[in-house]
Design a protein around this ligand. Sequence first.
Ligand code: SAH
Ligand code: SF4
Ligand code: F3S
Length: 434
Amino acid sequence: MKKVYIETLGCQMNKSDAERMYGMLECLDYTQTENPKEADLLIINTCSIRQLSEDKAYSAIGVWGKWKKESKPDLKIVFAGCVAQQAGENVLKRAPYVDLVLGTQRLYELPELIKRIETGERVVSVDETPFEESDIKINRVKSVNAWIPIMEGCNNFCTYCIVPYTRGRERSRKPELIMSEVKKALSEGFKEITLLGQNVDSYQGGEEGQNLSWLLRQINALDGKFRIRFVTNYPTEITEELINTVIELDKVCEYFHIPMQSGDDYILKKMNRRYDYATYKKICDNLRSRIPDVTITSDFIAGFPGETEEQFENTLKAMSELELDYSNTAAYSPREKTVAAKWVDLYIPEDIKTDRLARLNEHNRACCLKSNQKYLGREIEILVEKFEEDKKVITGRTRNNKIVHVPYDKDITGGFVNVKITGARTWYLNGELV
Ligand code: SAH
Ligand code: SF4
Ligand code: F3S
């Protein structure tokens, strides 16, 4: 048996793709290893959301290339994921030891391509026409949560973002395929299903009415105790129907990830986001008034081209005013091909970007702590995700996605237990079993 190691960078979509690659490769007699040094096949699953993530990909394979040259001439190296989709042939020029460049749209072609590189061929497969998916084996990471992609791609073309170029136009997966994956994951013991997509609310199963709410109802109707989540939502695509569905269905969790990107109307326009601050606020207020304890998290970019100090402060204000429960933050990174990258004259100097990012993070920490303190003294159900034998601590998550650490001496991973919240920290809660 040969061994394969996959290094995954980037978002959950890439993590999910890696589980699919491991599954397909197992059918070609490759077993999974955690040690890249003993692998016969090395795959880097790349992310190009920021320059830093792209640089990470090339530096990782640089090391692999050296191993191949110095001691393992038969080693096969695959460059996959979002950077691959974009860079194509250029990867081979930059890293001549790479055997296969596999674009995101060609994931399901992997078995055929592996057979070709095994005969010594070097292949680039980055055609934008998706390779049709088949019912494949999936080797999921052992955890309580199963990632289930329901759609991929994006039609929004926010001016800073590379994703429409790396993941292509929006495409929804067939409901039959999704349902069969969900049922399989549940039968394997997973206790949480997270539906994945760059814009999950754009889901369209094919027949009229087969939208995200419909899909949630199909999954909710399956037997057993488990939770359902979905990410990511585009602010203005959150419909009344979806809110009603979340309220009505017992398994669907009270959690929305709704990237806002900036709290300033001018910057939002320049980003090509289709809402202003007041609209976003209305969406938040509506969710908070209708769904008790709903968690709302967001993404923000600091130092978008042309952003003034005042505009940046509007973002800080928005974060506090909306009492966002948590936010991912990043300094703006110019991405080739995107519209904003061409506004070189408006680039914000690195030191200012760094300073704004630090202030954004500081603000985020304060918001998180405040959000967590609301739960002090309350009794909440958690789904246990982890047991640390040495510390005698279990870690679980509430329905609204708060992490809780609880002293306990047995591994009850996968179980649902009620806890009383006894402490609130910035990133997590402490609790005790009740
Ligand atoms: N589909 C999701 C997010 C995809 S990318 C959405 O619409 O929000 C994840 C996050 O990366 C984005 O929300 C954004 O905050 C950040 N991001 C994207 N491009 C970026 C860039 N060029 N520089 C810095 N951050 C970026
Ligand atoms: Fe990128 Fe915007 Fe699409 Fe999100 S909605 S993936 S930020 S282009
Ligand atoms: Fe990165 Fe691609 Fe995800 S660019 S964030 S891995 S969709």
